[in-house]
Design a protein around this ligand. Structure first.
Ligand code: F6R
Length: 608
């Protein structure tokens, strides 16, 4: 969703702002703009569409000056037009603001300000902020910082804000409440940004602003205040990510790079967390006394949560439930302090997931997050975190974060099983041996990408496809379908194979690709999947199977097969999904879509 950058230093701001905005492109946006201080006045440039439109405009008529703020807007209030693009200003044009989040009481504030003579030019909620600040100054606020603090104290909702003021031409102001914002500390230059990868190439230290904090950045340094004006001592953290982690490294897209990174990510996670211990922040005694687990997440992370539920139930004997965060928050669940909430989130900023953590706190439950981004809101608001440490995920469609979440669940389930004595040491050791096979197995799937591409090339042009799986691979079917629709824009439906007869079987004809996840298992699920495939075959559906190397039964039924190495049932989804990621990838490539930045999608969904 909206991306914010800001630059304070000795150079012209434009190149830094544009570079930062490009690195934030993956968050999703439909217009962009910058505000730069130029000889004591603020120059603004905005453009609709891709950043190249803004870049072209700045090339034709450059703005020279410093400091500056920039923004990529993902439209919520008002269409993606130049007038609605940020930055927004007050009537005098001396205050410019960029904003991520939603000011919920903007209509009320706008009416009040209009009555006082302020003129609004956009349909956005954001525009009330510069006008509110101007009104505060008019009403006698001692300085711009006070006016900003007072203005924000009146705003309800979530915001991350960057601002400049023509009368304080060396300062960028920043504020945060509920939407992410960081301050980067470089060599004699300072930045604000929505996330670390945006400025990773310029900084090695960051301050994660807390909710309710406001900051000033000048060439002399950074100061942080609470909304009541008290100065606070910010915690400065060292960034451990390398700048290369946020580059494409020769791959044609970030998504392809991230698919290839999965063996390394999982190996790292295994090495680091092999014996998940008390360092995750919750003791063995806590897990022994636990009586229920509630997993909440959105999208791909929700599918990881569905898989996590199956593992936790099987290994720990606990009652486990998984729900969509956006649904859970409006339910009336019977939750008590004996329940552990597990929020799962790549970005750590998903609004619905965060809301669930806040609810759980009210009920006295602990929250153990599975998250990829240190310093993110989910991490800060949870009692403990298992970091997936997959590195920046820039491709909008989640890949390496998903398999890392799956691995985190596997390690957690074994840890809880040890604490509760539901698996003995030997069983846990056997599981670990099998888990350690997953990185090489994924590597093997990726090495067959050309044959997966051939299957995608053959089937990509239909209007729809159906994904079927059972038990551990039911979430894999949902995730495979989600990947396909997200990046190739082909309608795809994921279903529990046992449900096929209850409706979707009506879709099957000689044109419909039916992707069946039918890897070998020790239980009856494999035979049931074979029967389901037979039913599809009888109706002339075009079966693409994900099957275990050497499987002869599937060979006799499927039109095309994506082979994967054999592994214990419980861990097969970690491998199987990679074949489906590649299938979706090559289908999208054949359909000519913008794979890293699919239309309408935002990487980090910071509003409800
Ligand atoms: C799909 C995808 C989304 C996210 C969802 C939750 O490829 O990436 O469905 O999984 O928006 O995001 P996080 O994990 O950041 O909470």
């Amino acid at each position: 969703m909206c991306g914010i950058v800001g630059y304070v230093g000795q150079q012209n701001a434009t190149p830094f702002l544009m570079d930062g905005l490009k690195r934030l492109e993956y968050r999703g946006y439909d217009s962009a703009g910058v505000a730069i201080l130029d000889a004591g006045r603020i120059s603004i440039r905005r453009a609709v569409g891709r950043l190249s439109a803004l870049e072209d405009s700045l090339e034709k008529a450059p703005i020279l000056g410093k400091p500056g703020i920039g923004h990529t807007r993902w439209a919520t209030h008002g269409a993606p037009t130049e007038t609605n693009a940020h930055p927004h200003t007050d009537d005098s044009g001396k205050i410019a603001v960029v904003h991520n989040g939603i000011i919920e009481n903007y209509q009320e504030l706008r009416a009040e300000l209009t009555a006082k003579g302020h003129r609004f030019t956009s349909q956005t909620d954001t525009e009330v902020i510069p006008h509110l600040i101007a009104q505060e100054l008019k009403d006698g606020a001692a300085d711009f910082l006070t006016a900003l603090r007072n203005a924000l104290a009146r705003a309800r909702g979530a915001y991350a804000v960057g601002a400049v003021f023509a009368d304080n031409p060396d300062t960028v102001y920043a504020a945060r409440h509920g939407s992410p914002l960081i301050i980067g500390l470089g060599e004699n230059e300072f930045f604000i940004a929505s996330d670390v990868p945006a400025i990773l190439n310029r900084i090695s230290k960051v301050i994660y602003l807390n909710d309710g904090e406001v900051a000033t950045l000048t060439p002399r340094g950074v100061r942080v205040f609470s909304l009541d004006g008290t100065e606070v001592q910010p915690e400065i953290q060292t960034v451990t990510l390398s700048a290369e982690a946020a580059e494409r490294a020769g791959f044609e897209t970030y998504m392809l790079k991230e698919i290839h990174e999965q063996p390394r990510v999982l190996r790292h996670l295994l090495e680091k967390n092999e014996t998940l211990g008390d360092e995750i922040g919750l003791s063995a005694d806590y897990f022994r006394k636990l009586n229920r687990i509630m997993i909440v997440a959105c999208g791909t992370a929700y599918h990881a949560g569905m898989y996590g539920r199956l593992l936790l139930e099987q290994f720990t004997g606990l009652a486990v439930e998984t729900d969509l965060a956006s649904e859970f928050r409006y339910r009336d669940p019977k939750i008590d302090p004996g329940t552990l909430l597990i929020p799962v989130s790549q970005s750590g900023e998903t609004a619905d997931t965060l809301a669930c953590i806040r609810m759980a706190r009210e009920w006295g439950c602990k929250a153990l997050a599975i998250c990829n981004v240190p310093g993110s809101s989910v991490v800060r608001e949870s009692d403990a975190t298992i970091f997936t440490e997959a590195g920046p995920e820039i491709g909008v469609a989640s890949t390496k974060a998903y398999t890392a979440q799956q691995m985190a669940f596997a390690l957690l389930a074994l840890h809880i099983a040890r604490a509760r004595d539901t698996l003995d040491d030997e069983e846990i050791a056997e599981c670990m041996i099998d888990l350690r096979k997953t990185p090489d197995a994924i590597h093997r799937v990726i090495s067959r990408k050309e044959s997966i591409k051939a299957v995608a090339d053959k089937h990509h042009d239909g209007p729809s496809s159906l994904y079927l799986g059972r038990k551990f691979n039911y979430p894999t079917a949902l995730e495979g379908a989600l990947k396909n629709k997200e990046i190739s824009y082909q309608h795809a439906e994921g279903y529990a194979a046992g449900e096929m007869k209850h409706g979707p079987i009506a879709l099957i004809n000689e044109y419909l690709p039916v992707i069946c996840i039918c890897t070998k298992t020790r239980d009856e699920v494999y035979d049931k999947m074979l029967s389901n495939m037979k039913e599809v075959e009888a109706r002339h559906g075009r079966i693409i199977a994900v099957a275990t190397e050497g499987d002869q039964h599937v060979k006799g039924i499927a039109e095309d097969i994506l082979y994967v190495p054999e592994i214990r049932d419980e861990f097969s989804p970690i491998i199987n999904v990679v074949a489906l990621q590649l299938l979706a990838y090559y289908a999208a490539q054949a359909r000519g879509t913008d794979i890293d930045k699919p239309r309408n999608l935002a990487k980090s969904v910071t509003v409800e």
